[in-house]
Write a protein that binds this ligand. Structure first.
Ligand code: ZN
Length: 204
């Protein structure tokens, strides 16, 4: 993603619309993953959401946002094709499929799968992609070690890495925002990790 104005807008939505929801969700034992849906045309916010696994293990931030989107009155709800999808963390296999099935073809994320596993101690995205999906095709050779775990660009869905875009831009303000958000999510992660397991989430 090379449109820095858009990157800055998406970071602002994370900071001001998603983080407050996530702060409250983490206090209740939910994970720190959040999401938002914006109109592509004017980049206005349609819905913001956070993980609500304590209510239902399928309410990942992204799926929860799609649920809330469909609870809006049809008249005020844009076509998914006219929307941008924003995830704080690179979508897992459940959420990648949810985005494809619900018609949100463009998704940007701030933190990568590797960040979720390493910085936030939630290794399930990579573990499930490897264990459930990255099986060797019996008619072909085994998958190459280190290969991508999903297609970041396909006819169903393209994902964009905001942190990589910011790093490449060398824009001081965007770099400072990402650093601030990283500190915010480190603090949210510490809160979640302290209470992890207490809320009965299947994969805490
Ligand atoms: Zn997910």
């Amino acid at each position: 993603m090379t449109d820095l104005t858009l990157v800055a807008r998406l970071l602002k939505v994370v900071e001001h619309d998603v983080v407050p929801l996530t702060r409250a969700g983490v206090e209740q034992g939910n994970k720190l993953f959040g999401a938002a849906i914006l109109r592509r045309e004017d980049r206005s916010l349609v819905v913001a959401a956070t993980n609500a696994e304590t209510a239902n293990p399928l309410w990942h931030g992204e799926v929860h946002a799609i649920k809330l989107f469909h609870e809006l009155p049809p008249a005020g709800r844009p076509d998914p094709g006219d929307c941008l999808f924003l995830a704080t963390h690179e979508p897992c296999s459940l959420c990648l499929s949810a985005l494809a099935w619900s018609g949100f073809a463009d998704a940007a994320y701030l933190f990568s799968h590797a960040d979720s596993a390493d910085a936030f101690a939630i290794p399930h995205d990579i573990a499930i992609l490897k264990a459930v999906y990255a099986v060797p095709d019996p008619d072909r050779e085994a998958p190459a070690p280190g290969r991508d775990l999903y297609n970041r660009s396909s006819r169903f869905l393209s994902t964009a890495d905001l942190a990589a875009a910011v790093a490449a831009s060398q824009d001081p303000e965007a770099i400072a925002t990402v650093a601030r958000l990283r500190a915010t999510y480190d603090a949210l992660s510490a809160t979640y990790q302290q209470s992890k397991g207490a809320a009965g989430i299947p994969l805490p």
